[in-house]
Design a protein around this ligand. Structure first.
Ligand code: ZN
Length: 531
């Protein structure tokens, strides 16, 4: 047994459930076992299936006790709630019951090991009602071992019960499976694990913050044993202060998850285009010993997780605390998918560069700076404004509106044409171009523009448009994207006009005669409105 295993044995043993009602998160299992036992419908072979560390052998032992319990007065019958104090119960609890034999199939896989069991099964129980064989990791048995076992399972002596435990159902032959009553153990869900670990910490005289418990529970990934093992290590690390917090970073370091929170901060700054802040966080990461390649990989993992969250609503386990997770999800929601995909491209290309670069830290800085500049306007809602908000505006968001109204820089935008003029005036030529090429106007009112973006065009510019309107007009503007077809784009309208003029020209006889003479020539009419 490894050193780590020895450590967790302490808590896992100390708090091992002794009754069905003590099993955490396995209510259904407990209920159906209770029913079987109280009805006297005891299968010859039980099969407990589930991931590692969720109580399969613990349940097996409780069942063994239940089948052999004789009650406090020594006269009791088989019961679904073993007394825990009779001779039989106590000896199972202390691993010394003569008729309850526990075998780890992982180390006893051969047919000879099974023959020994079969031989032993022939003799009547010495101490209890039943001779009980608990075979852990039963899927590890060899083929011939399974065959030998099958014979006994086909005609089991009345006093013999088998209890199998496995993590891998598929590796057990169907002939064996069909002779077992199967019970599935559930993965322990996070809230329950958090609550239980908190309770144990408390019983051990420690306080623990919900964040710390959540980090432990997440790392345990549904396994009670892993959860208790991690808690055990946390207790020994925080022995002096008797309080488990993630803030102290001890827990994170233990789990190898240090600095995960900093990564969220970094990502947040990068996606908001806050260059100075991003570089500060990056420096802190370097000071704490991060290396450029794995930092970049981490950032890519986070971007990937944002994309899966946005597209499939799947939350990736990033080893973040609850607060950081909330921050991360918020950021995911507010960042446009197109921006994330663009960022991914930049990072991927950067990653290749970084692998070849002799200047790791500097190269990473350059890559991240590039990211800051491609995504300057990505965060939806009021996270970005042209100038930092004053204290008064933070308290009263409406004051901004009043301030804007008095602003001499305000432009009067009352229709689509005046919007285009304003864009020209303020030299917003990219946005101006988007307005001409990429949108189909559906409705224009002061304060509300309803439009459809041309299929295939990026929609990033909508955010830029909102900010432009916010900065230069007295109103708050709502921009509604719709599926309604709306008008043609300005460019299409102009092309149509041009086409019409050309047609008119063609219809003129003079022109027609020229065409007759010179069939390959093209007619073009200069349209003054186009310039
Ligand atoms: Zn008992």
């Amino acid at each position: 047994m490894s050193e780590k295993n020895t450590v967790y044995r302490v808590l896992a043993r100390k708090y091992r459930p002794q009754k069905l009602s003590d099993l955490k998160g396995q209510e259904l299992l407990a209920q159906s076992l209770r029913q079987s036992i109280s009805d006297g419908r005891i299968p010859h072979a039980f099969l407990f299936h589930g991931i590692r560390g969720i109580g399969k052998t613990t349940t097996a032992r409780i069942v063994a006790k239940a089948l052999n319990c004789i009650g406090e007065d020594g006269k009791g019958v088989m019961t679904s709630e073993p007394c825990g104090v009779c001779k039989s119960c106590v000896s199972v609890q202390e691993d010394r019951h003569l008729d309850v034999l526990e075998i780890d199939a992982a180390s006893h896989t051969s047919v000879d090991d099974i023959r020994e069991i079969i031989d032993a099964a022939r003799y009547k129980a010495v101490q209890g009602r039943y001779k009980i064989f608990i075979i852990d990791e039963v899927h590890m048995l060899s083929k011939s071992a399974f065959n030998a076992l099958l014979k006994t399972l086909e005609e089991p002596p009345a006093h013999v019960k088998f209890i199998f435990a496995t993590t891998e159902l598929k590796k057990i032959p169907d002939t064996i499976l069909s002779r077992c009553q199967r019970f599935d153990l559930k993965r322990i869900d996070q809230p329950m694990l958090i609550e239980y670990l908190g309770l144990i910490a408390q019983k051990e005289g420690f306080s623990a913050t919900p964040q710390a418990l959540s980090v432990l529970a997440r790392a345990a990934d549904g396994s009670m044993r892993d959860g208790l093992s991690l808690l055990d290590q946390s207790l020994s690390l925080t022995q002096a202060q008797k309080s488990i917090t993630v803030e102290a970073d001890l827990i994170r370091n233990m789990l190898g998850q240090a600095d995960r929170g900093l990564l969220v901060d970094l990502l947040s700054s990068l996606l908001k285009g806050e260059v100075t802040d991003a570089m500060k966080v990056l420096n802190t990461l370097f000071e704490r010993g991060a290396d450029a390649t794995s930092a970049l990989q981490d950032i890519m993992d986070f971007i990937y997780a944002m994309v899966t969250y946005k597209t499939q609503k799947i939350q990736t386990n990033l080893g973040l605390s609850e607060t950081e997770t909330a921050q991360f999800l918020d950021l995911s929601q507010k960042t446009q998918l197109s921006v994330l995909l663009q960022s991914w491209q930049v990072l991927l290309k950067g990653y290749e560069e970084l692998l070849k670069s002799p200047l790791q830290k500097q190269s990473l800085e350059m890559i991240l700076l590039r990211l800051c500049y491609i995504v300057p306007l990505t965060i939806i809602d009021d996270h970005i404004s042209a100038e930092p908000k004053t204290q008064a505006e933070k308290k009263n968001p409406k004051s901004k509106l009043t301030a804007v109204q008095d602003d001499p820089n305000n432009i009067d935008i009352k229709d689509f044409d005046s919007l285009l003029q304003a864009l020209e005036l303020k030299k917003e030529m990219m946005l101006h171009s988007h307005m001409r090429h990429d949108i189909h106007l559906v409705k224009f009112e002061i304060g509300m523009i309803q439009l459809r973006v041309t299929q295939g065009a990026k929609t990033d510019f909508i955010q830029a448009l909102k900010i432009f309107l916010h900065n230069y007009t007295a109103h708050e503007w709502l921009i509604k994207l719709t599926a309604e077809s709306g008008q043609k784009t300005l460019i299409e309208q102009q092309n149509d006009k041009q086409e019409k003029l050309n047609q008119e020209a063609i219809s003129q006889t003079v022109v027609q005669s020229i065409l007759k003479e010179f069939p390959d020539s093209k007619i073009s009419t200069h349209n003054r409105e186009l310039s």
